[in-house]
Design a protein around this ligand. Structure first.
Ligand code: RB5
Length: 156
């Protein structure tokens, strides 16, 4: 099954979201090509915002992304606001959502490996496009650790 990545943003993340969709939105994406099959690919689905509107509110787009992940527990999300803080706080109020704000590839790696994060949050005003792409690629090619101690900690 091709994994789906639902992406949403407010006006603070709109420019970065548009660039990400331009780069990854046209076909299935392999983040780690070595020996992989179609089943290891991702497809990006845009949940808005679809235009730059300074009056939009990030909880609306968080809700759009999280409701898709609640329907498909194998799906992932990317949420972008100005800092990434607002979207991460609101996203983590939702059951089944483990949202992690990542500023670097190291954060992305551990958000997946230790926390099994299923939503990557980015700050559109604080991370440049190339760094965001590196973070995305590391996040989506890192599997969660098979060590059950990490799973147990995340279950609280
Ligand atoms: C919107 O201006 C800004 O507050 C929002 O994008 C986000 O950074 C909030 O956490």
């Amino acid at each position: 099954m091709i994994k789906r990545i639902f992406i949403g943003c407010d006006h603070g993340g709109f420019e970065l979201k548009e660039k990400i969709m331009q780069k990854y939105g046209h076909s299935n994406v392999f983040f780690d090509k070595n020996g992989k099959t179609k089943a290891d690919s991702f497809t990006f689905i845009d949940c808005g915002a679809f235009a730059l509107d300074q009056n939009d509110d990030f909880p609306d787009f968080v809700s759009a992304v999280c409701s898709e992940i609640k329907k498909d527990k194998n799906a992932f999300g990317i949420l972008i606001c100005g800092t990434g803080i607002g979207v991460s706080i609101i996203a983590n109020r939702n059951k089944y959502i483990r949202a992690a704000l990542c500023h670097s590839t190291t954060y992305a790696k551990f958000a997946r490996f230790h926390n099994n994060a299923n939503v990557l949050c980015l700050g559109g005003r604080f991370v440049d496009f190339n760094t965001a792409c590196r973070i995305i690629e590391v996040f989506f090619k890192t599997e969660s650790s098979p060590d059950l101690k990490y799973k147990k900690r995340m279950e609280g």
